[in-house]
Write a protein that binds this ligand. Structure first.
Ligand code: UGB
Length: 598
C-alpha cells in the first residue's frame, strides 16, 4: 500500500505478515503518507514486539487462534477421546519417617535447584491495588510474601551447603516472571529492601509480554479502543514462563553449572516452603521429570484437578484439568454427577497447587523441540448462541502446568499430595467474594491465608512436642476462621521438621491467646509456658534459651471492616488488626549464650 512508503524493510516484512494473515483491516483507516507517521511507526514498534515475543511469531499466533476459535465455535471438547480416571501418586504425611527422609533428601538436592516465581498476574480476583508479592504473609511481623520466599530460599541454600558432600557452595538462582503490570513495582520492592538479603546477582527478572486481542472468529486482531494505531493486548497467562526461560539462555547456564531441578511456584502461597523440601526429595527419589504438588481438593474448588487421561488410541497422561473443565469432562465420560466429593469429603482428583518441580535435563531437551510454546486455549464470551460475535475481544492463553502435554509417553510424570494445612493457603479472593464461598470450601482470602500460617506453625510445634492450645473460631470480614496462637518464625530458624525438633526440648505450652515471633536463628525453646506475647530477636552468633513462665496482656485482635478506607488496604482486606497491649520483647545483639532473663 502506498501509505506504507515511510517504512523500513523490517517494517515492510511485518506488514506483509499481517496482510498475508488476514489483517488488512488494521490499515484501512490509515491516512496518506505524511499524516500520523509517528503513530504508524509506533504501530510497527508494537507489532515487532508482539512478533518477536511469541514462539513462531504473529503468523503462528494468528494461525493457532483461527484453529482454536473454530474448535470453540463447534463446541469441540479439548479432551475429546480421553477418559478421565484418578491417578496414583506419592502421598506424604507430615512428620512421619518417610516425610523426614524426603525432607532430608530435598535439602541435599536444593543446591542443585533453581526457583522460578510466576508473578506477572495482577490478581483481579483479589482486587488489591499493589503487587501481590508485597502483601504481608502475616501481620504479626509484617513480612511480605517476597521476603518470605527469598529468606526461605536462602535458608534452604545454607542448609544444603552444610550437607553438601563435595563442599560446593553454589548460590541458588531465583527467577521472577513479571509483566508490565508488576515489573517496576517488583524491582522497586527488591531494590528498596536490598533484595531481602539475597545477592542481586542471584535474582533475575523476566518480563512477559501481553498478546494481541482477537475481535472475531477469523482471528482479526483488535485495535485498542483508545488508539487506532495500537493493537489491544491482554495477558497470555503463566505458561509464558517456559518460553521466557528458554529464550533467556539461563537453562544452558544452569546445566553447565550442574543444576538438576527447576521449581516453579505462584505469588501468594504462604505455606509452600513447608512442602518444598519433601517434594524435592520425592522428585529425586522417584526420578520424576515432572512432579506437581497437590492437596486434597473440594469438588468445584477453583483449583485444577490432577487427572489421568487415557485416549481411545492408547495414549495416556497425568495432567492438570482446569477447574472449569473438570466437571464437564466427567459428565461427558460416564460420571453423571460430575465433579463431586467422595465419601472422604474431598474430590477423588487431587488439587493442583501449581507448584511444579521439573528435572532440568529433560526440560531443556523438551524446550529445544517446542521453543517453550505451551498448548494454548481460547475462552471467547459469545454474544449469542450463533457464536458468530464476541461480547468483548478475546485472546489465546496458556498455563504453566500444561507443560507435560507435549511430553513423550516415556516421560516420568508424577505428583505429590500433602496436607492442605501444611502446604496450601493462597491469597486470591477479595473479602466480599470470600464471604460467599460455600461453607466448608476454603476462602483463599487474606484472612484465611494469614490464619493458615498460624495454624501450620502451631501444628508443627504440636507435632514437635509443644502443647499448643486448640484454636477458637472467629469471624472476620464475614468469614469464619480458626484462630490459633499467632506463632511465627524465620525460615533460618527451621526449614525442615528434623531441624525444628532440635530447637525444642522439655515440656512447653502456648495458650491460644498468645503471640510468639522468633526472628533469630539459634533460639531454643525449653520448658516454656507462654500466655501472652513474646518477641525474640537475636544475631546468628547468639544462642538463646527461651523458657520459664511468661504471662502478659499480649496482643489482642480487633475487627476491621474491609470497607473502612481509613485503615490501610493490606490490613483491612484481612478484617482484623493487632492491638499490641503488652509483650516481652528481647533482643540479643552480642555473641554468646543467653536466656530470657539476660
Ligand atoms: N500469572 C502470571 O505470572 N502471568 C499471567 O499472565 C497470569 C498469572 P492466578 P489461576 O493454585 O490456586 C492457577 O490468577 O491461573 C501468575 C492454576 O491455573 O492466581 O486462576 C500469577 O501472578 C490452577 O490450576 O491463578 O489458577 C500467580 O502467581 C490452580 O492451581 C499465578 O500465575 C490455582 O492457580 C497464578 O495465577 C491455584
Amino acid at each position: 500500500q502506498s501509505n506504507l512508503g515511510i517504512l523500513s524493510p523490517d517494517q515492510i516484512e511485518l506488514a506483509k505478515i499481517l496482510l498475508e494473515n488476514g489483517q488488512s483491516h488494521l490499515f484501512l483507516h490509515w491516512p496518506e503518507q505524511g499524516v500520523c507517521d509517528n503513530d504508524k511507526l509506533g504501530f510497527f514498534d508494537q507489532i515487532a514486539r508482539l512478533n518477536s515475543s511469541y514462539p513462531g511469531g504473529l503468523a503462528s499466533y494468528i494461525k493457532t487462534a483461527k484453529e482454536l476459535l473454530a474448535d470453540s465455535k463447534l463446541g469441540k471438547n479439548p479432551y475429546d477421546g480421553f477418559s478421565p480416571s484418578v491417578p496414583s501418586g506419592e502421598n506424604l504425611t507430615f512428620g512421619n519417617d518417610n516425610f523426614i527422609d524426603m525432607e532430608k533428601r530435598g535439602v541435599v538436592e536444593a543446591r542443585n535447584a533453581a526457583f522460578v516465581l510466576v508473578a506477572g498476574g495482577l490478581g483481579e480476583r483479589l482486587g488489591y491495588n499493589g503487587i501481590k508479592v508485597a502483601l504481608p504473609r502475616e501481620t504479626t511481623t509484617g513480612t511480605c510474601f517476597l521476603q518470605h520466599y527469598i529468606e526461605s530460599i536462602l535458608a534452604l541454600q545454607e542448609a544444603s551447603h552444610k550437607v553438601a558432600s563435595d563442599g560446593s557452595q553454589r548460590d541458588i538462582p531465583f527467577i521472577i516472571m513479571t509483566s508490565d503490570d508488576t515489573h517496576s513495582r517488583t524491582l522497586e520492592l527488591l531494590e528498596s529492601k536490598s533484595y531481602f538479603g539475597m545477592k542481586p546477582t542471584q535474582v533475575h527478572l523476566l518480563k512477559q509480554e501481553k498478546v494481541a486481542c482477537l475481535d472475531d472468529n477469523d482471528a482479526r486482531l483488535a485495535l485498542d479502543p483508545h488508539n487506532k494505531y495500537m493493537i489491544q493486548t491482554k495477558p497470555h497467562g503463566h505458561g509464558d514462563v517456559h518460553s521466557l526461560l528458554y529464550s533467556s539462555g539461563l537453562l544452558d547456564q544452569w546445566l553447565d553449572a550442574g543444576l538438576k531441578w527447576v521449581l516453579f511456584f505462584q505469588d501468594t502461597n504462604g505455606l509452600l516452603f513447608n512442602a518444598i523440601p519433601a517434594s524435592l526429595g520425592v522428585s529425586a527419589t522417584k526420578q520424576y521429570h515432572v512432579n506437581s504438588l497437590a492437596v486434597p481438593r473440594k469438588a468445584k474448588e477453583a483449583i485444577g484437578g490432577i487427572t489421568k487421561l487415557t485416549h481411545a488410541d492408547g495414549r495416556s497422561m497425568v495432567i492438570n484439568v482446569e477447574y472449569n473443565q473438570l466437571d464437564p469432562l466427567l459428565r461427558a465420560s460416564g460420571f453423571p454427577d460430575g465433579d463431586v466429593n467422595s465419601e472422604t469429603g474431598y474430590s477423588p482428583f487431587p488439587g493442583n497447587i501449581n507448584q511444579l518441580i521439573l528435572e532440568l535435563g529433560s526440560y531443556k531437551e523438551e524446550l529445544q523441540k517446542t521453543g517453550g510454546a505451551i498448548k494454548e486455549f481460547v475462552n471467547p464470551k459469545y454474544k449469542d448462541s450463533t457464536k458468530t460475535a464476541f461480547k468483548s475481544s478475546t485472546r489465546l492463553e496458556c498455563m504453566m502446568q500444561d507443560y507435560p502435554k507435549t511430553l513423550p509417553p516415556t516421560a516420568r510424570v508424577g505428583f505429590t499430595v500433602m496436607d492442605i494445612w501444611l502446604a496450601y493457603a493462597p491469597v486470591k479472593n477479595n473479602p466480599e467474594d470470600a464471604a460467599k464461598v460455600p461453607k466448608g470450601n476454603p476462602y483463599h482470602s487474606a484472612t484465611s491465608g494469614e490464619m493458615a500460617v498460624y495454624r501450620a506453625n502451631s501444628r508443627i510445634l504440636q507435632k514437635a512436642g509443644v502443647k499448643v492450645e486448640e484454636p477458637v473460631k472467629e469471624v472476620f470480614n464475614g468469614q469464619e476462621v480458626e484462630v490459633w496462637p499467632r506463632i511465627t518464625w524465620k525460615p533460618k530458624w527451621g526449614m525442615i521438621f528434623s531441624d525444628i525438633k532440635t530447637k525444642i526440648s522439655g515440656n512447653s505450652e502456648i495458650s491460644q491467646r498468645s503471640t510468639m515471633a522468633i526472628t533469630g536463628r539459634n533460639v531454643f525453646i525449653e520448658d516454656l509456658s507462654l500466655d501472652g506475647a513474646l518477641i525474640v530477636d537475636s544475631i546468628d552468633d547468639a544462642e538463646v534459651k527461651v523458657g520459664g513462665s511468661i504471662k502478659n496482656s499480649g496482643w489482642t485482635m480487633e475487627n476491621v471492616d474491609y470497607k473502612d478506607t481509613s485503615v490501610p488496604e493490606e490490613i483491612r482486606i484481612r478484617g482484623f488488626r493487632f492491638n499490641k497491649v503488652e509483650q516481652l520483647e528481647k533482643k540479643f545483639t552480642q555473641p554468646g549464650k543467653f536466656s530470657l532473663e539476660d
